[in-house]
Design a protein around this ligand. Structure first.
Ligand code: BGC
Length: 749
């Protein structure tokens, strides 16, 4: 705390000095001079502003914009969702569509898919492309990426995030943020923090021990800020220590701005602010969406009454708030505007370009995970090319870019899986389709409609019978099902009701497996699903929400144009009881007596995802890090560049990996660290490095992965610092969290 105060004093002093220098050296218009450092320009602008102008800067003026300083020519700030495409424009003060004809975008694969590529270069490309689309549309802040950790597979918003592991999410978020911001568009990393389920999202109060907070739930945010240089952060809806995360002393003042030195702006989630004194004192800089639930109901034109509007002015007038607090917020928002809207050197961006479609398809190709492939049923082609393929399932035809909440998009085009398969099959393979089941017919969100009529008057029995009869006649069956973007599936503001597939799909899959042994199941979801039929189905593919190029990416994998190289960024448990939060009954929380607060205690602590499975020795359905290829990789013996590591620099592990199949492919080599005789209970092993390597048939590469002292450190809650314990560690290198190929011991001195 003392440090924090000192920091604050030093900063104020430096800013005052910069300000004086700015005024004396450069006269009135210094803030317009792009050749001057941003800090000087910000101070100059701030010194010219009235209190009202500062207040106007720190809260919304419409659904997605906040005011600049018109008198000084400082432009408004425009935000947009995020995180996998640029949302269509809504009316000034309504959620209804603005009805623009130039706001259709490319939908990129959802972030679960990006994480499944395990390829930071893919994240950089992704960030650059989506930043260009935002730029072209004149947006300054992209409301994404989301990096909340997958704690329960029921969280309706997991599809927008990067999986269950803090290390993987940290490595992937940094290039995304950098790519976006290269365009003069701010990434707004969300939802900070502990927003790990959607049910009761506005009134859930999370209790989590400090070590778990720092080791599991914060690292990706920290990396986005300290390595990615994120210019803005979105506060979450939920509460922590009984304060809403959007104005939370611990998360925002102490950790984000204090410990991590964040100099950007904290933006509230839409409707996430609840209190003026807290909003003033506890770190919120820019308030949006008040009196809405973020998606629906709202008071029309309420902006003057926002917590950081007139009520703040009143407190200033009454001497209950300091101008210093207002200046700090205005300064941060000005900095955001200077970095984005006022950056006149930024490019024009581009939208719906061939390059963006190409990137979306490549990332989709790289993120699809081949979960199972008995007898090499896939890829389709070669000697066993079928003459007749039957495609079954609603998700083969349903557009998935509309729905799911605020990430819903209006796309220029979307290739369905069935269309992608038909295009890849060409004329030589006949492709037939049977619906199989009716799931959710809706195809509308916020006035954007898919235009698809998915109605079908047949009964479930009739649909099943038709599919099974056709399956018996086909050479191969591809079932394309899973979840969708409707409420209580993969959708904001709701959680799923269970792990199982909805709409009777399990029964249908079992029946298809009986009718035809050449069955491939393609599961489309942003979450793990239960697969009671897993043993009866020879090939299973995990395809996520892949966006505009969904069908083409799926076909690229099914027909072997691309060899799969995605790996799961999350554990697929057999049943919910195999997940820590559920096993301990620590979800969805307990209603507090006499209050509408729902308390959730993260009782499983560090044991999230594979850490729970390791600790309890529970075999998952498919493990974190799992993913097959059409070729085979052989791992040699791992070696370390030293036996004793003194904590300086890094220790490097090398392992030869050979492609011993007959086609090119890529493998994600993963390094987990385990600690022998840890002085405190610790996970069995934790991901601390990975490398994706591309290999031609017969080729061997030596893969090298380094870890440093930070990677070996744990958070000591008592001393409130990171500490690396001396002693023996083991590096476990393998193809997934449950397929370790080679281990090396070393000592930390
Ligand atoms: C969501 C945010 C989103 C915002 C603006 C909220 O409901 O939680 O993720 O960016 O709305 O649409």
């Amino acid at each position: 705390m003392e440090n924090l105060k000192k920091n604050k004093r030093t900063k104020v002093f430096m800013l005052a000095a910069a300000c004086l220098c700015a005024l004396s050296c450069h006269g009135r218009e210094l803030y317009r001079d792009a050749s001057r450092p941003i800090e000087e320009r910000v101070e100059d602008a701030l010194s010219r502003m009235t209190t009202r102008e500062k207040i106007d800067l720190i809260h919304a003026q419409s659904k997605f914009s906040s005011r600049g300083v018109p008198r000084l020519g400082i432009p408004d700030l425009w935000c947009t969702d995020g995180p996998h495409g640029i949302r269509p424009d809504v009316l000034w003060d309504e959620w209804d569509q603005a009805g623009c004809t130039n706001d259709s975008c490319v939908a990129f694969p959802a972030l679960t898919c990006l994480a499944a590529t395990w390829n930071p270069n893919a994240a950089l490309t992704y960030g650059r492309c989506i930043g260009e689309e935002a730029r072209y549309r004149g947006k300054d802040v992209l409301l994404g990426p989301g990096v909340n950790i997958l704690r329960t597979p029921l969280n309706g918003r997991n599809f927008e995030y990067m999986g269950e592991d803090p290390f993987l999410a940290s490595v992937m978020v940094v290039p995304y943020v950098k790519g976006v911001q290269e365009n003069g568009v701010a990434a707004c990393v969300k939802h900070f923090a502990l927003n790990n389920n959607e049910s009761n999202r506005h009134n859930t109060n999370v209790t989590v021990d400090d070590r778990t907070l720092y080791e599991i739930y914060l690292p990706a945010f920290k990396a986005a800020v300290t390595e990615g240089g994120a210019w803005s952060i979105m506060g979450a809806y939920n509460l922590y220590k009984d304060q809403h995360a959007c104005h939370n002393e611990y998360l925002l003042n102490n950790i984000l701005k204090g410990e991590w030195g964040f100099d950007g702006a904290v933006i509230s989630d839409w409707g996430g602010a609840h209190d003026t004194p807290q909003a003033i004192s506890n770190g919120l800089d820019l308030e949006f969406g008040t009196w809405t639930d973020g998606l629906g109901a709202g008071t029309v034109n309420a902006y003057d009454n926002y917590y950081l509007a007139t009520p703040f002015v009143n407190m200033l007038n009454d001497g209950k708030a300091d101008m210093e607090d207002l200046d700090d917020k205005a300064r941060r928002v000005l900095r955001l505007i200077f970095r984005t809207a006022m950056d006149h050197s930024k490019g024009d961006g581009e939208m719906c370009s061939d390059a963006h479609y190409e990137a979306a398809r490549r990332i989709g190709d790289e993120g699809i995970v081949l979960l199972k492939n008995d007898n090499r049923l896939l890829p389709i082609g070669g000697d066993k090319t079928p003459r007749k393929i039957l495609v079954v399932g609603e998700n083969a035809i349903k557009m998935m870019t509309v729905g799911g909440g605020s990430s819903s998009l209006k796309v220029q085009r979307e290739c369905s899986p069935l269309d992608g398969i038909r295009a890849a099959a060409g004329n030589s393979i006949a492709v037939d389709y049977a619906r199989g089941y009716v799931g959710d017919l809706s195809g509308e969100y916020n006035g954007v409609t898919t235009g698809q009529d998915l109605s079908d008057s047949r009964s479930a029995e009739e649909l099943l019978e038709e599919a099974v009869a056709k399956a018996a006649e086909a050479d191969m069956v591809i079932f394309i099902g899973g979840l969708n973007k409707s409420w209580r599936q993969d959708c904001e503001d709701s959680d799923r009701s269970g792990l199982e597939l909805p709409y009777g799909q399990d029964r249908l899959i079992e029946a298809l497996a009986e009718a035809n042994r050449n069955l491939a199941v393609v599961n489309i979801s942003g979450n793990p699903v239960a697969m009671p039929w897993v043993k009866k189905v020879p090939a299973i593919v995990q395809a996520w929400y892949l966006g505009s190029e969904a069908g083409n990416s799926i076909a690229d994998i099914l027909f072997g144009k691309v060899s799969p190289s995605g790996k799961l960024p999350m554990t697929f448990p057999v049943s919910l009881a195999d997940n820590g939060a559920h096993a301990l009954d620590a979800y969805p929380g307990t209603k507090r007596d006499g209050s509408d607060i729902v308390d959730i205690e993260y009782k499983e602590g560090l044991l999230v995802g594979y850490r729970w499975h390791d600790a309890k020795k529970i075999k998952p359905l498919f493990a974190f890090g799992h993913g097959l290829s059409y070729t085979d990789f052989k791992y040699g013996k791992a070696v370390a560049d030293r036996k004793e590591f003194d904590g300086n620099g890094s220790i490097t592990f090398k392992i030869p990996v050979t492609n011993c199949g007959d086609r090119a492919g890529a493998e994600v080599v993963q390094l987990y660290i385990s600690r022998k005789d840890s002085p405190v209970p610790s996970p069995v092993k934790e991901l601390k490095g990975f490398s994706k390597v591309w290999l031609e048939p017969g080729e061997t590469k030596e893969v090298s992965i380094s870890v440093d002292k930070d990677d070996l450190s744990r958070f000591d809650a008592e001393k409130h610092c990171w500490t690396a314990d001396r002693g023996e560690y083991t590096a476990q290198i393998g193809a997934s969290s449950d397929d370790i190929k080679s281990t090396v011991k070393f000592n930390l001195k």
